[in-house]
Design a protein around this ligand. Structure first.
Ligand code: ATP
Ligand code: MG
Ligand code: ZN
Length: 510
């Protein structure tokens, strides 16, 4: 006797169909072999399935059973194959009669016969749909993320009995409905607003430009000037996510096990702010059970590094390439994994250990040479990748105590959204998502400047000592400023504002 049951394999964020092929033979010595490159978790499925069957009032056969997880040359990981293995055993032993050709089974079993939540169900359901299957059975606790996908019937399962009753038609499970999908909601964001920040008009303007074009940004200033406060409010002015962006980010949260059943769809751009003690794996991703790092969890959102010089040099250097490429590759024994990480990087720092280097009135108390050493912790190449540099000065007492309301996040966000809409139109049909991610070729096509502009740029290059990389960055930021202005052309005022955001190089990093 021979049966085939469908499951889905997951490697990083990549999925592939797996068939559990099984055969049974009567022998004197019972045996259960599982082949097809299973990892430890998959091998242990045998024990979980055996117990789950017995505790659900089914018998475990006294025979020789061989199961192959096909394709046999791909390493299988995780606990999601428990359910297809169990269904195969029930079919093999005639304890279940059902046609499961067009069905996919995903889920882990508890010894008591219950179906448990696993990570990565969303990309698996997408795979099942793409393979043309009609229906997919998922753990009840993963139903909300599964319901995001239309065009395949999703059945939430609580236990072995629940599933078998459905398959035999004794008692049908109700299909998951799209209204189960709830946006992932972060309370913290509702509590803060840009109107809490008094004064700081220039900094707010720079952050508006950054959010509109997705530009990497550095804030530098003395202690208590409000850098962390401003950064915390960036999520409130980020542009809406497109559906595609939302789904891509949700997939990463699904494989990281960060979706709970109440909040299944990431609809707010993520804002991740890892502490400087974070490990390389925590930031980039990896580990024995591979998980996306903070970089990837910030996909289509913001990665905020507060107190930048406190991050180990190695960590900063490891960021450079992924920030540029929008993806990160992790090498593992079982092969290389790639996770997307299109992020807007925001960094904040003091100019020196005491915090007052370059301050107009207060005196820096650091020993000579110390500020320069502190600043040099941020390497030139990383600095180059930060498109917008902005100084955050201390706000005077008058402004702090004034009751004049500042502009709200909602008002700023409206402009940001309008500018982002122009960019979506500009880059329709390409992989580029915003001005900051333009290729050199697109930069030449979309960021034309006239002769006067060229002269101004040339002159600033000489006086500011800018690198070649900075040239394109200035043009891209100028493009965003023009977009905020609703202007097709990049005018001189757009260009000069963009140049302003590079002037700090000179003040602090000569
Ligand atoms: N512009 C402002 N409007 C209102 N409150 C402000 C402003 N600037 C600073 N504050 C107040 O000062 C506090 C300290 O600011 P914050 O922690 O953001 O400073 P920081 O620049 O990150 O300092 P550090 O360099 O020490 O980390 C804020 O929590 C806020 O209460
Ligand atoms: Mg701070
Ligand atoms: Zn100092």
């Amino acid at each position: 006797m021979f049966v085939k049951v469908n499951g889905i394999g997951l490697f990083g964020i990549n999925t592939y169909p797996v068939q559990v092929e099984s055969s049974i033979e009567r022998t004197a010595i019972p045996r259960f072999d599982l082949v097809g490159l299973p990892d430890i978790a998959v091998r242990e499925a045998k024990e979980r399935v055996r117990a789950a069957m017995k505790n659900s009032d089914f018998f475990f056969p006294n025979a020789r059973i061989t199961m192959n997880l096909s394709p046999a040359d791909k390493k299988k990981e995780g606990t999601g194959f428990d359910l297809p293995i169990l269904i195969a055993l029930l079919l093999l032993t005639n304890q279940l009669h059902a046609d499961v050709q067009n069905s996919v089974f995903i889920g882990e079993l508890s010894l008591g016969g219950y179906v448990r939540k696993i990570d990565g169900v969303l990309p698996m359901v997408i795979e099942a749909k793409q393979c043309g299957f009609k229906e997919v059975f998922v753990p009840m606790d993963n139903v909300a993320e599964s319901a995001i996908i239309e065009g395949i019937d999703v059945y939430p399962v609580t236990s072995v009995k629940h599933l078998v009753d459905h398959l035999t038609g004794r008692k049908c499970i109700e299909k998951a409905k799209p209204d189960l999908v709830k946006p992932r909601f972060e309370m913290e964001r509702v509590m803060v607003d840009f109107s809490d920040v008094k004064g700081q008009f220039q900094v707010k303007r720079a952050l508006e430009v950054a959010a509109a074009g997705g530009h990497n940004t550095l804030m530098i200033g003395p202690p208590g000037s409000g850098k962390s406060m401003l950064a915390k409010r960036i999520p409130t002015i980020l542009p809406d996510m497109t559906q595609e962006e939302s789904l891509e980010t949700t997939k990463l949260y699904s494989i990281s096990g960060l979706l709970d059943n109440g909040h299944s769809l990431v609809t707010q751009r993520p804002f991740r702010s890892p502490h400087h003690t974070i490990s390389a794996v925590g930031l980039s991703g990896g580990g024995t059970v591979p998980h996306p790092g903070e970089l990837s969890l910030a996909h289509h959102g913001v990665l905020f590094l507060d107190e930048l010089p406190e991050f180990p040099r190695q960590t900063m250097e490891a960021l450079r390439q992924p920030i540029e490429d929008g993806k990160i590759t992790i090498t593992r024994v079982s092969g290389a994994l790639t996770y997307p990480c299109e992020v807007m990087l925001v960094c904040a720092m003091n100019p020196c250990p005491c915090g007052y280097f370059g301050h107009p009135t207060k005196k820096c108390t650091c020993a000579p040479g110390v500020p320069a050493k502190y600043l040099s912790k941020v390497s030139g190449p990383l600095l180059d990748r930060l498109d917008i540099h902005i100084e955050v000065p201390q706000v005077d007492f008058d402004k702090l105590s004034s009751n004049v309301p500042s502009e709200s996040s909602a008002a700023i966000r409206k402009r940001v959204n309008a500018a982002r809409a122009l960019q979506q139109k500009r880059f329709a049909g390409t992989e580029t998502t915003c001005n900051a991610k333009m290729s050199p070729r697109q930069t030449r096509e979309f960021c034309e400047i006239d002769d006067t502009g060229k002269v101004i740029l040339q002159r600033s290059f000489d006086t500011l000592g800018l690198s070649a990389r900075a040239y394109d960055k200035i043009l891209r930021v100028a493009r965003t400023i023009a977009d905020l202005d609703g202007s097709d052309r990049i005018e001189i005022e757009h260009l000069t504002e963009a140049l302003q955001y590079r002037a700090l190089d000179r003040k602090f990093w000569k």
